[in-house]
Design a protein around this ligand. Sequence first.
Ligand SMILES: [Zn+2]
Length: 256
Amino acid sequence: MIDTHVHLYDQAYDKDRDRVVARAKEAGVTRCILPAIERSTYKAMEACLKSYPNWTFKAMGVHPGSIGSNYKEELDFARTHVNKAVAIGEVGLDFYRSREFQKEQIVALEEQIQWAKELDLPLIIHSRSAFPELLQTFKKCSHPNMRGILHAWSGGVEVFREANRYGHFYMGIGGVLTFRNARLAEVVKETQLNQIVLETDAPWLSPEPFRGKRNESAYLVYIADRLAQVKGTNKEYVVAVTTQNALSLFFTKAYE
Ligand SMILES: [Zn+2]
């Protein structure tokens, strides 16, 4: 399995990171993608990438929650530290708490989509309470090789399909799928497995039976289990298809 979204460098793991990694490997996690957030967390991310080479892989970008009045400095920093990245991320739009920096978020997303185009890299997209603006931005910036993950997908199947008119996007599925009465299960039922990748978003969004506790990549197993149940198939098949999806998205160009 590949955890396509884990913040393993978060301080939540400072006391036991080696054990967290050991448990993930034991559970069958073969690679992890670490998405960047902002300058202040980059040092920890670099250290983590160094500690677990060829198991952790870097995504570089500025999280929409870190786009504020100094967003140009954040963008400059990310652009100059994009070397060795297998993706641009996580980037996107988040108007859940505030629209104060809506304009800046959109400008930053457009610029980072441009990086992905120039560097021929996939995008890891974070979108919350922002689907109309996200689709508008995709429409404006679409290019033939636009591709990536719509991470922690919370929209309907129609929005997902519309996003796929502008690029090739996988649906990032994590712990939310294991929650009772998750509307997400209905969306997943209508989405083909070859459009889905697994992710934990750890240390956040723990799947059942760990909901509310610290999440970790080893719990990917619970997400794969639930996904198999929703799709009416077995876990081995889910793991095989979603791993292949992640491999072809992140590792065909730069590392194979
Ligand atoms: Zn994230």
